[in-house]
Design a binder for this molecule. Structure first.
Ligand SMILES: Nc1nc2c(ncn2[C@@H]2O[C@H](COP(=O)(O)OP(=O)(O)OP(=O)(O)O)[C@@H](O)[C@H]2O)c(=O)[nH]1
Ligand SMILES: [Mg+2]
Length: 469
């Protein structure tokens, strides 16, 4: 009842608030200060957030996994695997714990009360007998308001669904402005849906709420657009530098950040045994066996069964991934539902590829199996097995990556005979990667330069030097 009574008070307070509409600046005029203000001082909206999704400092949860025993809604992931992921989600939140877990078989997930009366009673008794349970986490993507109210009336403690828990994690883990804005947008969609279905608001108040939500959505989208434009600029600057990019993607906790740390030696990177540890796209430089410099892009991890609104916010951050020269898909060999997670990532990537660039990205995806130190059986013999943590298989990975990069970026690894200290070698140092130089045995005036050069620069080189001869 606590939550419902609060919303009543809010509805009363709310009818006294006057909504002041302010005009939005143009995208290019949006300043850092403006972004800070959206995130911290939107008073009317912050009041709504506190009421609809109060951030609890700690909870002891009963993790409840409803599952359909048979029929088309039956999933390839087992209920115990789903429970395992749900427990990991809760444990990611500081000071949150799991009191108990239970998988509940259902005929369908569409019943308004979710459970039949017998099961409801059993669960009610179980919760009443365990006073240390302070919340129930029902691991479904987006529970209907009516269902959550019915469960709350029965269990008398807060009811959380997957959307609510994931948002809580994202709020804690978001550190950069872009991540914070994306999370704020996902949260707005969540609160709007709740408020729209709330019966305690009068129609006039609902109109006012609608204006607050609309205004906030516009502000957030504009600010996100500004940061996206900035990222686009950074991307095109990177292209001008002509360094190939490798996007490291995969399910959350697969070891993406750990792998980039191992490949680049960058100490600032912090792999963590948490879901959604990384919420920002960051770029780190590394060197391939031939000396070619590459940029590794760390990305946000994937998670199945998220509502579309939340997914949209994530997908925006994956633009960099789809546009990279190579997509390194890292899979956790030790994870229980390995195939299920792999298929989810591949499907999302292919969908994103066709949306963003309308291209088939299959040829530039490279699959690796990480955490080989934890298992002995070979799950997929086509996968290159590595351990980012113990540095196993990383040299082979670098070699394979280099081959694929040369192919996808139309680069050539070749030896060119040039004059020692002449224009040509200077040009090559400027426009290609010179891997090594060896004196020509037959002519001391000339050297053999081993270079990596793009197709277009090779044409330029030929045009500038070979045609003149
Ligand atoms: N045993 C073992 N553990 C690993 C290996 N690679 C990564 N880990 C561990 O797996 C956990 C997750 O690693 P991260 O690199 O943070 O995973 P991520 O894919 O970046 O996760 P998100 O950012 O949440 O998407 C950390 O505790 C790592 O130490 C490995 O090869 N072997
Ligand atoms: Mg990470």
């Amino acid at each position: 009842m606590f939550m419902i009574r609060n919303v009543h008070i809010l509805a009363k307070k709310f009818s006294r608030i006057r909504f002041i509409s302010t005009s939005l600046p143009r995208t290019e005029e949006i300043s850092e200060k403006y972004i800070d203000e959206i995130l911290t001082s939107d008073i009317e909206y912050n009041q709504l957030t506190n009421e609809f999704i109060p951030l609890s400092k700690s909870h002891k949860c009963l993790v409840l996994q409803p599952f359909v025993k048979w029929g088309p809604r039956k999933l390839t992931i087992t209920p115990s695997e789903q429970l395992e992921e749900a427990v990991a989600l809760i444990k990611t939140l500081p000071s949150w714990n799991v009191a108990d877990t239970i998988a509940v078989p259902l005929e369908s997930l569409d019943r308004k009360t979710l459970f039949k009366s017998g099961t409801m009673e059993r669960l009610k008794n179980m919760i009443q007998k365990s006073p240390d349970i302070t919340a129930v986490f029902v691991n479904t993507s987006n529970m209907k308001r009516v269902t959550s109210d019915i469960l709350h009336e029965n269990f008398r403690i807060p009811i959380l669904d997957r959307y609510r828990v994931v948002i809580q994690i994202l709020k804690i883990h978001a550190t950069t402005k872009h991540a914070k804005l994306q999370v704020a947008l996902a949260e707005l969609y969540f609160i709007r849906r709740k408020a729209e279905t709330d019966r305690v608001f009068a129609t006039a108040d609902k109109e006012k709420l609608k204006l607050i939500f609309q205004s906030r959505e516009q502000k957030l989208k504009k600010a996100i657009q500004r940061l996206r434009d900035e990222r686009k600029l950074l991307r095109s600057n990177r292209r001008k530098l002509d360094y190939p990019t490798v996007a490291v993607v995969g399910y959350t906790n697969a070891g993406k950040t750990c792998l980039i740390k191992a490949l680049t030696g960058e100490k600032s990177l912090q792999p963590r045994n948490q879901l959604f540890a990384t919420l920002d796209v960051t770029v780190h430089s590394g060197v391939l066996p031939s000396g070619l410099k590459v940029l590794y892009v760390d990305t946000v991890g994937f998670l199945t069964d998220l509502p579309t609104n939340l997914l949209e916010c994530f997908n925006a951050t994956l633009e960099d991934a789809v546009l990279a020269d190579v997509i390194l898909h890292i899979q956790d060999l030790a994870s229980t539902c390995f195939e299920y997670k792999r298929d989810h990532v591949v499907k999302t990537l292919l969908d994103l590829g066709s949306e963003t660039d309308d291209v088939d990205i299959t040829d530039k995806i490279f699959n690796v199996g990480n955490k080989c130190d934890l298992i002995n059986d070979i799950k997929d013999d086509k996968l290159l097995r590595i351990s980012a943590k113990l540095n196993i298989g990383l040299n082979e990975l670098r070699e394979e990556l280099e081959k694929l990069i040369l192919k996808t970026t139309s680069r050539h690894l070749m030896t060119i005979k040039v004059e020692n200290g002449g224009h040509e070698i200077r040009w090559l140092y400027k426009n290609a990667t010179v891997v090594s130089e060896h004196a020509d045995e037959n002519n001391s005036q000339r050297i053999n330069a081993k270079v990596i050069i793009t197709d277009s620069n090779l044409q330029k080189f030929k045009h500038a030097f070979l045609k003149r001869k």
